[in-house]
Design a protein around this ligand. Sequence first.
Ligand code: FAD
Ligand code: MLT
Ligand code: ZN
Length: 441
Amino acid sequence: MGRFRGRSTTVLKPKSTHQVSQIMKWCYDKRIGVVPQGGNTGLVGGSVPINDEVVLSLSNMNNVRSFDPISGILVADAGCILQSLTDYVAPYNHIMPIDLGAKGSCQIGGNVATNAGGLRLLRYGSLHGTVLGLEVVLPDGTILDQLTTLRKDNTGYDLKQLFIGAEGTLGVITGVSILTPPAPQASNNVILALPSFNNVLPLYQTVKRQLSEILSAFEFIDRTSYDLAVKHGQGRALSDDEVAGAECFVLIETSGGRREHDEEKLSDLLGNLLEADKPLVNTGVLAQSPAQFSSLWALREGVTEAVSKEGKAYKYDISVPLSSFKDVVDGTREHLRAKGLLHDKAVKHVLGYGHVGDGNLHLNIVADAYLPEIQDALEPYVYEVVASHRGSVSAEHGIGAMKTHALHYSKSPVSIALMKKIKEIFDPRGIMNPGKVLEHD
Ligand code: FAD
Ligand code: MLT
Ligand code: ZN
């Protein structure tokens, strides 16, 4: 995103947990800051040094340690790229429980460190549930081996949970044990064009009721997001007729056990939607081939890339009630207009997309350049809106370097004080990813 730049002179690429341990011990003794780095796809500057820290890249730790096709439990080095793990388990008819647009570059260790959500959370839940064990090197070089493959283990505090979403501030994750679900026998998707955002919620209720157990994703993009995705070549554009009068789009995915059964359910749903007295959707385009399936997904997954090709993005990744998604996007646009910032030389677009099923809205403001007046107009405005809904200022991307100042909008002083105590226990010398998640005192 080009927002952070450090002055590091050194990147270390260890090949084993033992080497990570030796590096950490050395840095601990000399009080040298360390930034763990995975695929460097994070969106809040967490993997970027802000001063002269050593960068510790996990990219050379990329072996699968074991896979049990009966239980579906995969144990892998933290530096394995998510897509390569998906490819690894595919011949055994399993999939990874997590999927996201950055899958070709992000690493499983980075996914765990950010507790990434992504496109499958609706079906398979968060990494707090699917990660069974971790191997972590602590700041002083001690190896914490919690790489169990047990589904059940109620033996006191579940320490691994602390590292899931800690963004590298408590230790370096070197190994991950994760439960992979069986691959669905049939997957399908459909993109629906809606005349009004107000239809999204009733549509979600209808779709949940009619598709029930086969619903695996319910994703939303507004018209601006769709237009940008198409403009920047993400996926195949729908026809002019299909998009006419559409204010927003919903992408629905099904994953089930029997193709005919799933297809029948999906086409019944489409039929019911289109033939209703007051249709919630203008039209629907059902994927007819694996290529179309990928192309429809690309319209949704490609918004991030399209936004970054269009200009400089101010990205807000928030949890707010579903019913307020549109008000938040429209309200932000009007706020910027009132400040005189909505024109070609400042803010070009205000858009919303995200994971409806998870209550997670991505509010993006695309500008010609990063300008202080835009930043000042957006903050604390956006965070105050989020706080008024008792929402989260970071639903899935984390805090990193970008949002440390905003943590208090979602966490109480008591919570922040406890977080600081935990940090102090694990990292008394403050060398683990300094300046991330918690502000320097
Ligand atoms: P990095 O970016 O390298 O690091 C992220 C953070 O984790 C940093 O703080 C770093 O220090 C720490 N870290 C990395 N590896 C380790 C390790 N082994 N041990 C300890 N700490 C470590 N996020 C979502 O939640 N949902 C999405 O749908 C989603 N889609 C995305 C789509 C695109 C196109 C892009 C570019 C990003 C997307 N993201 C999404 C952001 C997401 O956080 C990351 O893509 C991913 O989880 C980070 O993995 P990474 O290996 O690139 O980590
Ligand atoms: C997404 O859902 O596409 C990701 O979280 C990335 C983004 O917010 O741009
Ligand atoms: Zn997302």
